[in-house]
Design a protein around this ligand. Structure first.
Ligand code: NAG
Ligand code: NAG
Ligand code: NAG
Ligand code: NAG
Length: 270
């Protein structure tokens, strides 16, 4: 599933980025170790000749933060995030990840070190094993362990072929697809995980899994969630609100609700 997504990103980078040929590659093997991200005065464009989609964005994501990004459709949420993978052109300002300016980092390295899952992530018509770990680098025990973590083990155990069962979008429902995506993301063990509108809670399953990941498996991991689900935003440590490519509000989501921010997505209080 998601190798396709990463591939798509890289293809877009090659297509749109102007700095591909000028890359050097002295990136430390463990970069980005702690997962700090800072945007300073960043203006982003999808391609050099287009108008800016993001204007003068300033924000910092600390190591281990659970960081929410919300805003209406077309406000630039995905573009802001694509700036991390250099799919959007940084035309002014700097994006720094763990001390390195990303314009100095080869695109394939960014794609391989960060886990960025886009909204069009698909389940490939392939085995469960392949969908979880396309490079085959993980043992069966590790695969079962993450399946258990995301509460998908019972489902895969009912498949005749178990991990070797060929699946596709028809075989699993949308909740299971999200669980599979989270399992894939877990296996990549990146210090930065970006979930661009991939998490949609039909009911409590995904919410419970995500809560568990935030306080256990991803406790030290920087996780950026792009979503307009107030429920999910309230589980983040910080949230920013975008409007027409500008950050109009930023802070702790609970405080935004308390201060009756008009920008924060409506919360269904019990
Ligand atoms: C911020 O970026 C804008 C262009 O988008 C530029 O005009 C301005 O000088 C920059 N500010 C600083 C402090 O660099
Ligand atoms: C972001 O920071 C830069 C430099 O400090 C500043 O010039 C710019 O106005 C800031 N952007 C916004 C939207 O406040
Ligand atoms: C998805 O399928 C599982 C069983 O395989 C079921 O428990 C769950 O309720 C289904 N979820 C949705 C949203 O249909
Ligand atoms: C989620 O919804 C499905 C039905 O669509 C149900 O079978 C499952 O038990 C629900 N999970 C939770 C935790 O509510």
């Amino acid at each position: 599933m998601l190798c396709l997504t990463v591939f798509r990103y890289c293809w877009l980078i090659v297509k749109y980025s102007s700095h591909v040929s000028a890359e050097k590659s002295d990136v430390p093997a463990d970069w980005p170790r702690s997962g700090c991200i800072s945007y300073s005065n960043v203006t982003l464009k999808i391609s050099p000749n287009e108008e800016s989609v993001i204007t003068e964005a300033n924000f910092t994501v600390s190591s281990g933060d659970k960081f929410g990004i919300c805003g209406a459709a077309g406000s630039g949420k995905s573009t802001l995030i694509m700036g991390l993978a250099r799919v959007s052109d940084v035309s002014h300002g700097k994006v720094i990840i763990d001390g390195l300016d990303i314009t100095d980092i080869p695109t394939n390295i960014i794609c391989s070190r960060l886990t960025i899952i886009t909204q069009d992530a698909a389940v490939l018509h392939q085995t469960v094993r392949f969908n979880l770990c396309p490079d085959g680098a993980k043992s069966d025990a590790e695969l079962w362990k993450v399946l258990e973590t995301v509460e998908l083990k019972d489902v895969v155990e009912t498949f005749p072929g178990k991990l070797d069962q060929v699946i596709s979008e028809e075989h699993i429902n949308s909740t299971e697809k999200q669980q599979l995506i989270l399992a894939y993301a877990l296996l990549r063990e990146s210090s930065i995980v970006v979930l661009d509108d991939v998490i949609r809670p039909e009911n409590n399953t995904i919410r419970c899994v995500l809560d568990k990941l935030f306080c256990q498996n991803w406790k030290q991991t920087t996780v950026i969630i792009v979503t307009n689900q107030a429920d999910f935003l309230l589980t983040t440590t910080q949230t920013l609100v975008l409007e027409s490519g500008r950050i109009i509000e930023q802070g702790q989501p609970a405080a935004m609700v308390k201060n009756r921010s008009p920008f924060f997505p409506p919360v269904n209080l019990p």
